[in-house]
Ligand binder design. Structure first.
Ligand SMILES: NC(=O)c1ccc[n+]([C@@H]2O[C@H](COP(=O)([O-])OP(=O)(O)OC[C@H]3O[C@@H](n4cnc5c(N)ncnc54)[C@H](OP(=O)(O)O)[C@@H]3O)[C@@H](O)[C@H]2O)c1
Length: 343
């Protein structure tokens, strides 16, 4: 038995997350059995969509809600194998898996997690940092890459708008589109984030969505309109995109963070008919459904990362016990880049 600490949900939050919705619990981790490994977790992920699972029922068809008073399964995590009873894994190996927000985990090799994105696998920490496999070379990278290339079907000449562009997925989308030669419009929620997107990444037009009516801000940033909208926000952002999209434009519907904390259903955009009028395509997608594209994604993003062409800033929060607060910060826009916890 190994002593470990893990974060549990003790009450489903209403609106903003509060510290007393969570507890850090001491547990004994059982021995690994045949086909399992014991992992000392080092890094664990903070993702916007965790908010959708902090409720009695997660949206239909999505990852299940987190049960109360139990370890949180289905959160991307990296760590070091301490003991292995599974073929292909040895003590000292760095691995990625999905038994997150805890210090130690017994993980079954080959058992599908997070739609395949979180299934136990070895990672190469010589090629990239262990926490990169939670973000740019993990779910965020796959979601950004698959969403832009395979869902939106990025093609020559497209003008791209990406929202929540200073976050984990958004930063990759913005840079991928820029590196492929597109005009990129990006929005985010603070002057610091806007300065970074404009001055460090050299994006073509950037705006703070707090700066006035969204349709006007977008029209100013993209006077000719847009062809692709990579939607991380939903709500008013999606409505503004529908108005700005040119005929045959496409929306990669990645997320709707503006709605995640709502206690009641949120109405959809009131201008949806524009999808008909302009022959638009609106396609929802899950990065995990494109796990067969992970090698392709890595072959594109990893060299850029290594050569310094792809910037990937992180907000690092120290200490497992601060994971809930890190998620609360992410949801209110108080993190930058990929948010991770150093356990
Ligand atoms: N489909 C998939 O498989 C998949 C996979 C991963 C992520 N996602 C989605 O991708 C999006 C980004 O997720 P992430 O984990 O990478 O988080 P993130 O972008 O690192 O952080 C989310 C950011 O969203 C912004 N935001 C929060 N509330 C907002 C609002 N009301 N209006 C506009 N912006 C708001 C905040 O930044 P500001 O300061 O800019 O407001 C916040 O930092 C989420 O919608 C998530 O659900 C989807």
């Amino acid at each position: 038995m190994t002593a470990s600490r893990e974060v549990h949900v003790v009450a489903y939050p209403r609106g903003e997350l509060r510290g007393d919705d969570f507890a850090v619990v001491e547990v004994e981790v059982p021995e690994a059995r045949d086909g399992e490994v014991l992992v000392r977790n080092e890094w664990t992920s903070i993702d916007a969509a965790l908010r959708l699972r902090l409720r009695e029922r997660a949206p239909a068809g999505y990852f299940a809600a987190f049960p109360l008073h139990a370890a949180l399964d289905g959160i991307a995590t990296t760590g070091v194998v301490v003991e292995s009873r599974a073929d292909g894994f040895a003590p000292g190996d760095w691995v990625a898996h999905a038994a997150g927000w805890r210090e130690y985990a017994v993980v079954e090799a080959g058992r599908e997690a997070l739609g395949g994105v979180g299934t136990l696998r070895r990672i190469d920490v010589e090629a990239a940092s262990p926490q990169a496999y939670l973000g740019v070379l993990g779910g965020s990278g796959l979601t950004a890459y698959a969403g832009l290339v395979h869902v939106a079907g990025l093609r020559e000449g497209d003008v791209v708008w990406v929202s929540a562009a200073a976050g984990s997925v958004g930063l990759i989308v913005a840079q991928l589109a820029k590196l492929r030669g597109h005009r990129v419009v990006a929005s985010a929620g603070s002057p610091d984030k806007i300065a970074y997107l404009r001055d460090e990444l050299g994006l073509d037009a950037v705006f703070d969505y707090h700066g006035g009516p969204l349709p006007e801000l977008l029209a100013e940033a993209a006077p000719e309109g847009i062809d692709v909208y990579f939607d991380n926000v939903g709500g008013d952002h999606l409505a503004a995109a529908l108005a700005a999209l040119r005929p045959w434009g496409r929306v990669a519907m990645c997320g709707a963070i503006s709605e995640y904390g709502a206690d009641a259903p949120v109405p959809g955009p009131d201008n949806l008919f524009l999808a008909v009028a302009k022959n638009l395509t609106l396609r929802g997608f899950r990065g995990s459904s494109y796990v067969d594209r992970r090698d392709e994604m890595e072959s594109v993003l990893a060299p850029w990362l290594r050569d310094g062409k792809l910037a990937y800033p992180e907000t690092v929060v120290a200490g497992l016990e601060h994971a809930p607060d890190a998620l609360a910060r992410l949801l209110r826009g108080d993190t930058f880049g990929k948010t991770v916890v150093r356990i």
